[in-house]
Write a protein that binds this ligand. Structure first.
Ligand SMILES: O=C(CO)[C@@H](O)[C@H](O)COP(=O)(O)O
Length: 215
């Protein structure tokens, strides 16, 4: 059964604040952190054991694999829409000893993730907002894609990103998502640790129900 992984989308801009935020999130129960590429090596120096989930919302994602690997990235997630050869890119990411994630934007059907692609990738990301910025409204229309992917890939890490927080986590978790990216819901909260706890508990309980329904 996939376990709950909460990945705060780190929104700090100053390096000192960033390192402090990362440390605080990890102490608060976050297991993965979700950050922009230019700050990776700096953060890696400060927190050597960090797991950096690098969501590359870029054109030509093939270009940045080496830079991200050299900077200490642990997972390189690219957008299906940005490449013509996802399988070769997954291979290139694995060759640099990173995990590979593949994201689909809100208007892309989950069926583009073929069995071959999903089996090669380590994580599937269903965007629940249009890529670009934090603070957007969660798009419910994306939830059935999570359920479709979970039905086909019971053991895969399936991530959601965009507008996810205590008011939308139920839908994501019950559809089968187990990796949660949350920016505003965590960093805008007066008690971020509590938000992480709630997200994690909701996912763990949904995963247990999904596993029981299959038994
Ligand atoms: O990069 C993106 C969306 O483009 C996301 O990672 C957001 O940054 C998540 O932020 P919230 O939607 O949770 O505020």
């Amino acid at each position: 059964m996939p376990r709950a992984i909460i990945s705060p989308s780190v929104l700090a801009s100053d390096f000192g604040q960033l390192t402090a935020e990362c440390t605080r999130m990890i102490k608060g129960g976050a297991e993965w952190l979700h950050m922009g590429a230019p700050i990776l090596s700096c953060v890696k120096k400060g927190i050597p054991d960090i797991f950096m989930d690098c969501h590359m919302m870029v054109a030509e994602p093939e270009k940045w694999v080496d830079d991200i690997a050299d900077a200490g990235g642990a997972l390189y997630c690219f957008h299906y829409e940005a490449t013509s050869d996802p399988l070769s890119l997954i291979n290139a990411i694995h060759n640099r000893s990173m995990k590979a994630g593949i994201a689909i934007s809100p208007d892309t059907p989950s069926t583009v993730i073929t069995d071959e692609i999903a089996n090669a990738a380590d994580m599937l990301l269903v965007m629940t907002v249009y890529p670009g910025r934090g603070g957007q409204k969660f798009l419910e229309k994306c939830v059935p894609k999570v359920a479709e992917l979970r039905a086909r890939f019971p053991e895969k890490d399936i991530e959601v990103d965009g507008g996810v927080g205590p008011s939308t986590i139920d839908k994501c978790a019950h559809a089968g998502s187990n990796v949660i990216v949350a920016g505003t819901a965590i960093f805008g909260a007066s008690d971020p640790e509590n938000v992480i706890t709630v997200l994690k508990a909701t996912v763990n309980s949904a995963q247990a129900k999904i596993a029981a329904s299959r038994a």
